[in-house]
Ligand binder design. Structure first.
Ligand SMILES: Nc1ncnc2c1ncn2[C@@H]1O[C@H](COP(=O)(O)OP(=O)(O)OP(=O)(O)O)[C@@H](O)[C@H]1O
Length: 291
């Protein structure tokens, strides 16, 4: 499903959560929506789901989503809190609602995921653990097979093995049934290999939208003898450094020229791709204020 956002602004009283945002997602990809706390991810996703009347326009496959039941049926937004489901309902009922609401729902797949995540069907949603609630949200999101599926930090409460089981399930299901996923997460590196394109927002504004590989190629990890790494990176924009004994790894922002590549070889330094997370930190406002 294609998404077109034009001049979108979301305000809560005096607070501008999304500030005149314009971008398009061509669709059928796994997109990462990255942004610091309070940057406007949830507000943006709510507008994309048609939950609020937009200032500006939000179109899904060329059709405005707000007050359009047909378009909204093609969207599934899973938030990290299972606010959609009544906490007094049993898990099995939450899944039935998912099924009743969506033509694209795959019930057999929903039950495969219930098995995978060991979800207790007869337990009330309000009595699930945080991780189980996350698993229920993710189950609803994946089994909905919605043409636009948005997962807003929905896997936050899962433990590490469960998160990795979720990433596998997501990728496998996306390969079998390509659709548009927009996923917000603060666990960037874990999800990085799944993301084809990345949208970074900060203070309600679009910072960049880029293919993940292109974004990674904007920086280099330089590893080697600490003194040699220091010599090589002097004057470069270093995003972060890690030292282990005499070895150092430095994340450098910017493209290296031929002379620098030759010098790196002379010093015996290893050059590799940069972590998306380091770029993200560099591209958004630092904790405590502006750069
Ligand atoms: N219901 C609301 N009423 C008033 N202000 C709100 C409301 N919801 C969000 N905001 C404000 O809008 C801004 C964006 O919030 P939003 O939840 O969209 O950010 P987010 O990127 O999803 O944050 P997080 O990563 O912490 O979940 C914040 O300043 C927040 O305080």
């Amino acid at each position: 499903m294609r998404v077109d956002v034009q001049g979108l602004t979301v305000r809560y009283g005096d607070v501008t959560a999304v500030d005149d945002m314009t971008f398009s997602l061509e669709g059928n990809k796994i997109y990462g929506l990255l942004g610091r706390n309070g940057s406007g991810k949830t507000s943006l996703m709510s507008a994309l789901a048609g939950y609020r009347r937009p200032v500006g326009s939000v179109q899904l496959d060329g059709v405005p989503v707000f007050e359009n039941a047909r378009a909204m049926q093609n969207v599934c937004l899973v938030r990290h809190t299972t606010d959609a489901a009544d906490k007094g309902d049993k898990v099995t009922h939450a899944l039935e609602y998912g099924k009743a609401w969506r033509e694209t729902w795959d019930d057999a797949y929903a039950h495969e995921l219930v098995e995978l995540f060991k979800l207790p069907l007869k337990t009330k949603v309000g009595e699930l653990s945080l991780g189980q609630r996350s698993a229920l949200g993710v189950t609803i999101g994946l089994a909905s097979r919605s043409p636009l599926t948005m997962l807003d930090e929905s896997h936050l409460g899962m433990d590490t093995p469960t998160r990795y089981a979720f990433y596998d399930a997501l990728l496998n299901d996306f390969m079998r049934h390509p659709r548009t996923f927009l996923i917000s997460t603060h666990l960037i590196e874990e999800l990085a290999s799944l993301l084809e394109e990345v949208v970074i927002i900060d203070h309600g504004r679009l910072v960049l939208q880029e293919e993940a590989d292109v974004l990674r190629s904007r920086g280099t990890e330089v590893t080697g003898n600490a003194a040699d790494v220091d010599e090589f990176t002097a004057g470069l924009s270093v995003l972060s450094e890690k030292t282990l004994g005499r070895t150092k790894a430095a994340m450098v922002y910017g493209t290296l020229d031929d002379a620098q590549l030759v010098r790196a070889r002379q010093l015996g330094l290893e050059l590799g791709p940069i972590a998306l997370q380091d770029l993200f930190v560099h591209l958004t406002e630092p904790v405590g204020g502006r750069r």
